[in-house]
Design a protein around this ligand. Structure first.
Ligand SMILES: Cc1cc2nc3c(=O)[nH]c(=O)nc-3n(C[C@H](O)[C@H](O)[C@H](O)COP(=O)(O)O)c2cc1C
Length: 208
């Protein structure tokens, strides 16, 4: 029996079309069980040989989330202080597309206010743990959209591995790194399809 259905395939694409990088969140509590559903999606995501090298820290308490936001700003400020040095070490940091995004985040808050965060932790003992984290993040973002929430990835959390108090606060186990995080919150405007610019099918895909 062919268990593939058009409905299932349309679903992921449709969720992706409604998913954009949220820069602000609306007020009010999150829908009940939404955070649990989102981390459940991350927990079920695949990993190499089922090594499951990812852990999740859910920062749902508003004071804790504020602390995370402040720490991400510190992480950004530290990056900017050493930016020239980092650019010498990693030529990709000079890529215009990256620089443009970076300039936008050089001031202000890197995480939107009024959300909750799912911080992903990467077990450095396993190869392909980066890919596993990426799979978990994307699974969680799709579930966030399915729950009607706005969401964004933040790579600024990676710098928190160098902030001792944050490593303690997030209860990061030994051998783990703080990886990219997902922040979620109430949408300010309804999540609708067709708001984002993407490379065309012809440009993005080679069929052989
Ligand atoms: C792994 C990953 C990490 C990201 N980290 C950040 C980040 O730290 N700051 C940020 O503004 N956007 C971050 N983004 C979001 C991208 O900027 C966003 O996907 C892109 O701008 C497209 O936005 P759209 O989905 O709203 O069209 C990240 C995206 C990915 C996939």
């Amino acid at each position: 029996m062919d268990t593939r259905t058009d409905a299932a395939r349309a679903d992921a694409v449709e969720l992706l079309e409604r998913t954009t990088h949220a820069r602000a969140f609306g007020p009010g509590p999150l829908p009940p069980m939404a955070l649990r559903r989102i981390v459940e999606a991350g927990r079920l995501a695949p990993s190499l040989y089922n090594t499951q090298p990812v852990r999740f820290v859910v920062v749902r308490d508003p004071a804790g989330y504020e602390r995370l936001r402040a720490a991400c700003n510190t992480s950004r400020d530290t990056f900017f202080k050493g930016r020239k040095f980092f650019a010498l070490m990693n030529k990709r940091l000079a890529n215009p597309a990256f620089v443009e995004g970076l300039e936008r985040q050089s001031t202000g808050d890197v995480l939107p206010a009024g959300g909750a965060a799912i911080v992903t932790l990467q077990d450095d003992a396993f190869t392909e743990s980066v890919e596993a984290c990426a799979c978990a993040l994307m699974a969680m973002q799709l579930e966030a959209t399915a729950c009607g929430l706005a969401s964004a990835f933040s790579s600024w959390t990676r710098g928190l591995s160098f902030q001792k108090d944050m490593v303690e606060f997030l209860r990061v186990p030994k051998g783990f790194k703080i990886f990219t995080s997902l922040v979620v919150g109430n949408p300010l405007t309804p999540l609708v399809a067709g708001r984002k610019a993407r490379r065309s099918m012809d440009d993005a895909v080679t069929w052989i």
